[in-house]
Design a protein around this ligand. Structure first.
Ligand code: ADP
Length: 485
């Protein structure tokens, strides 16, 4: 159905210890495509014992994988990266079929996902320890960096490839082995990536993929003492539950959770650039990213001009089927996603906002939603306080820099933020004042494998990508050598 050049990349089985496995009960979970709601296939519904089997496979392999040379791990990751690029067309088709994003964007995500594997293949050889100047002539102090152990990686549906490679690349570079639980809506990209990892020569048991009930798998991965770390990307709500569960076995955790990104446009900004920035930040993946602009603060002096410019650009976005040529906005992931956007629009309209463009379901039906701009939104609206995760851009007026900083920081989240200004001093003040992990200054697309990704406050713990990303998978060991004569 998906039209792959290499149909063997499509797996309806889990990868455990190098073996493609089904559930002993025969139970499966259906996967559908947001494009037409048609069934794509199914994946196994593993029980807890089978998930524990995947952890055991990763644990068995850890003793040898953790002792491979950095050079060997780097070369295996590089081979995996090259296979991902060679198969980008097929991977993009699988990704877009299960996730819904336009195919061109799907292939774009595959390239982005591959960039993490390349980056970590390079970083693998640079995981230096330290020699600490001693305070005694007879003692020597060293710091070793060692892999944490078996890591559990739980990932969301909005980036079915990149959220896996950003974690797995770092984990494998560090010498950890992994059990991956992809989102139930998007398991096939994960399984295809793992297949390519095997083809690249990554040993059996280093990369395992399990599917089934999120709760059953989550319970096993958080309670099993052999799992030494959990890295999770998803909602703050589920992140809190997983954090609580991990406390029982004191696991190391990395959490990439929700956001409520402010996008601030000052009256001295280049407005064409600001429109482009909002389009990139707000409407990528139909607004379903955790770094999406969620609240757009526009200075009073340029509010009307900017609102007209943005509405025109948004009205020109091409909403279309995932695999149709030229589609820019695909379907939302499911009906619940549509309901949330609708609720945020209805709530804002009740509180005095007005629709500048869009405002409801698209004529294509299903879960296709018209890209929407709302004007005169106020701070008491739900859209100001919750992540919409859809193609809705609410515009809020502001007058003074201090006021907008206070409004931008008035949220439990702190992932990304965006500031458009041509005042150098202001850009420094804003970058320092915003309580969040990522600031785009005159830039709407901040994500890159080169920069640290992660949040302040309830947006998360830890950093992914960049030179900081591997640290999350390494223990620091102090070696104190005495009686040196
Ligand atoms: P999103 O819907 O944005 O992907 P979720 O937090 O609901 O965010 O899901 C993120 C990932 O966490 C998915 O793989 C999902 O299946 C998984 N998940 C959801 N609930 C649980 C849970 N109770 N335990 C473990 N994993 C869970």
């Amino acid at each position: 159905m998906i039209g792959l050049d290499d149909s063997s990349l499509f797996h309806e089985a889990c990868l455990i210890g190098g073996v493609w496995s089904t559930a002993s009960t025969g139970k499966v979970l259906d996967v559908t495509t947001p494009e037409t709601q048609a069934r794509l296939g199914s994946v196994p519904m593993l029980d807890r014992t089978e998930v524990a089997g995947a952890v055991a496979a990763a644990h068995d392999r850890f003793s040898t994988w953790s002792r491979t040379t950095a050079q060997d791990r780097a070369e295996l990751l590089r081979a995996w990266y090259e296979l991902i690029l060679e198969n980008a067309r097929d991977l993009g088709r699988i990704l877009s079929a299960e996730q819904g994003k336009p195919w061109a964007e799907g292939i774009g995500e595959i390239n982005y996902a591959a960039s993490f594997i390349r980056w970590f293949s390079e970083e693998a050889r640079r995981l230096y320890g330290d020699v600490i100047p001693s305070n005694s002539v007879n003692r020597r102090f060293l710091v070793l960096k060692q892999p944490i152990g078996v890591v559990a990686l739980i990932t969301p549906w909005n980036f079915p490839a990149a959220m896996i490679t950003r974690k797995a690349g770092a984990a494998l570079a560090a010498g950890c082995t992994a059990v991956i639980k992809p989102a139930s809506a998007t398991p096939y990209t994960a399984l295809a990536l793992a297949d390519l990892g095997q083809r690249a020569g990554i040993p059996a048991g280093v990369l395992n993929v399990v599917t089934g009930s999120a709760r059953v798998i989550g319970d096993e991965l958080t309670e099993n003492v052999l799992v030494r770390k959990l890295s999770f990307t998803g909602s703050t709500e589920v992140g809190r539950q997983l954090l609580a569960k991990c406390s029982q076995t004191v696991k190391n955790v990395s959490m990439e959770l929700g956001g409520n990104a402010p996008f601030i446009i000052f009256d001295d900004a280049n407005l064409d650039d600001a429109v482009q920035g909002v389009m990139a930040s707000k409407f990528r993946n139909a607004g379903q990213t955790c770094v999406c602009a969620n609240r757009i603060f526009v200075h009073d002096a340029i509010y009307d001009t900017f609102a007209a410019m943005l509405s025109k650009a948004v009205a020109e976005l091409r909403v279309g089927p995932t695999f149709a040529e030229g589609s820019e906005i695909g379907p939302l992931i499911d009906a619940a996603a549509v309901d949330k956007v609708r609720e945020h629009i209805d709530d804002a309209l009740k509180k005095g906002a007005t629709v500048l463009t869009g405002g409801g379901l698209h004529e294509l039906g299903g879960t296709y939603f018209k890209p929407t701009v709302l004007a005169n939104v106020t701070v008491d609206c739900a859209v100001m306080n919750e992540e919409t995760f859809g193609p809705l851009a609410p515009l809020i007026r502001f007058g003074h820099e201090d006021d907008v900083i206070a409004m931008a920081n008035a949220t439990e989240y702190g992932l990304a933020s965006y500031v458009y200004t041509n005042d150098l001093n202001r850009s420094w003040r804003m970058a320092e004042a915003l309580e969040c992990g990522i600031v785009g200054i005159n830039e709407g697309a901040t994500s890159t494998e080169l920069g640290p990704f992660g949040g302040f406050k309830q947006s998360g713990l830890g950093r992914e990508g960049s030179k900081f990303g591997v640290d999350d998978y390494l223990e620091v060991k102090f070696v104190n050598i005495g009686n040196v004569r």
